[in-house]
Structure formats: C-alpha cells, structure tokens
Design a protein around this ligand. Structure first.
Ligand code: 4NP
Length: 167
C-alpha cells in the first residue's frame, strides 16, 4: 500500500464492503496491470472497505487462492475507508452501488472522483456492479477476477490521463 498524501503521483483507492474479497483483488490485479505497463512507480494504489468488520485481516483465503492461480499476490490488510481518503485519493472506485452509497454518506463533497468499477466495463457484456462473492461458491471469486481483468485496459488508459501522470 502506498499512501498518496506524501507523493505527487496520481492515486487510486478501490473500495468494497469488507476489504477482504473484491477490493484487495482489484488492488492486486491493478498493480499487476501497472507493472506490465511499467507504471508501477507512477500510480499509488490502495484498497479499503466501507465496513470495519475485518480491520487488520488478510484477504479471504478463497480470494487469495483464486488470485494466486492467476498469478496475483494479495497481501494487503483490511482497513476502513475514511473521510480523509475521499479528499486525498484522486480516483476512488467502489465495486457496487451500496459501496458507492457508503462513500457518499461519508463525505458530501469529496475531492476524489468516485466512479464504479463497472464504468470501465462499458460496452462489454459485463454487469455494472462487481457482485459480493463472500457468501457464495468458488465461481463467484472467479467472476470477480474476470470482471477486474476486463476493466484493466480501460482503467490503465484512465490513469494515464490523471493529473500528475506524465506518460
Ligand atoms: P468484500 O466481501 O466486500 O468483497 O470484501 C465481503 C466480505 C465480508 C463481508 C461481506 C462482504 N461480511 O459481511 O463480513
């Protein structure tokens, strides 16, 4: 995790409910996509949850395993999103509309742009929301990863346009 306040690079925060399934996976998939583009030092990336149930926990072991099978290493520790996050990050990306509503409830006038992950899936046959896999079967974790991977080309193009990005 890289805290954006001390850096001049653009910053992206992925948000779900518990910060143990979807948003840590988004962080890991995005970090891999940034590395593949040579952008890993030019974007700060973190994830957080709207709820505090799992603060300090590693990602869910099912998510860790599913991500590892695709080559992603998930090592983040869960934390709860804060009011300050919504002023410090440039781009805050909730996984579903409930998460988005939680962010709006936390800060009525955030500096961050808040945009659903599904924004970068437009034009595809994907849903607008990344469904919560926590209480379902293994296919739900695979589907989360499918959605995240499908959003990467659009998201990489997006961060190239963020203020402070020179390449
Ligand atoms: P996430 O999944 O929001 O993708 O991290 C969940 C994890 C835990 C719970 C709900 C969703 N929970 O209720 O504890």
């Amino acid at each position: 995790m890289t805290q954006p306040a001390r850096t001049s690079v653009p910053s992206v925060l992925f948000v779900c409910l518990g910060n143990i399934c979807r948003s840590p996976a988004a962080e890991g998939v995005f970090l891999a996509a940034l590395r593949a583009e040579g952008l890993q030092d030019r974007v700060a990336v973190d994830s957080a949850g709207t709820a505090g149930y799992h603060i300090g926990s590693l990602p869910d072991r099912r998510m860790i395993a599913a991500a590892a099978r695709r080559g992603y290493d998930l090592t983040s520790r869960a934390r709860q999103v804060t009011h300050t996050d919504l002023d410090q990050f440039d781009l805050v990306i909730p996984m579903d509309r409930d998460n988005q509503a939680g962010l709006v409830a936390l800060h009525s006038a955030p500096r961050a742009r808040i945009e659903l992950l599904g924004h970068w899936l437009r034009g595809d046959t994907w849903p607008v929301e990344v469904p919560d896999p926590w209480s379902g079967g293994p296919e739900g974790f695979e589907f989360v990863l499918d959605l995240l991977e499908a959003a990467m080309p659009g998201l990489i193009a997006e961060v190239r346009q963020l203020p402070g990005q020179t390449g």
